[in-house]
Design a binder for this molecule. Sequence first.
Ligand code: 6PG
Length: 239
Amino acid sequence: MDKIIEVLPDVKALAQRSLDLVRDKIQASIAQRGFCTLVLAGGSTPKSLYEALAFLDLPWDKIHVFWGDERYVPANHPDSNQQMARRAWLDLVDMPGVNIHPMPTSSPDPAQAAQAYEQQLIEFFQVSAGEFPTFDIILLGMGDDGHTASLFPHTDALQVRTHLITVGNKDAQPRLTFTFELINHARCVIFMVSGANKRSALTQVLAAKGDELTYPARLIQPQGELWWLLDEAAGVDFS
Ligand code: 6PG
């Protein structure tokens, strides 16, 4: 794993750098393999990146979009990560509908929905049961408690090693999430972290030693590239 930490002066510069890096990685994936598999982060930080992606002229038919986690709410709920990305970007470009792979949240049973999405991924990548597919790019955020995706501190999701998708929990609210094993099979993982409120957790997550169950983002040690794009407020200790 190559870990690269970049500290940008402010949120605007972080969004621009994220756009440049993601565009370059998308283009490289398409050049090497004919298409790109891109996994989106939820939350608020990536919204400006998605809004900027909408203005690029990329071969949208060669890009497949997935979500790394999702709140267990309807797709039209204000908390939906899918809705945020569609409004900011996907509804504004001519990406074929079959290229957009949202996590299903309509079943009454989140565990069943997790299995369904896992099966979708197995079929898309044509992997055998127990084999982890390799996504080209996985975007991640980090909470001020050191969680990433919906891998929250001291939750059962952190123990799941044999599945691609599992059920996460935030304050007893169910979420669907990539497992850390699936994330770690990616070619390129890009964290985007901004805000002074993330500084303390970031120090714990990026320290040489620490507790993965308390700071789950420490579990993200991909076989490929690992990028940490930080604004000064979050990453002052690393600039
Ligand atoms: C989610 C995200 C979550 C997010 C962090 C950071 O569904 O909320 O996937 O892991 O990336 O909580 O969120 P902000 O970018 O809003 O700080």
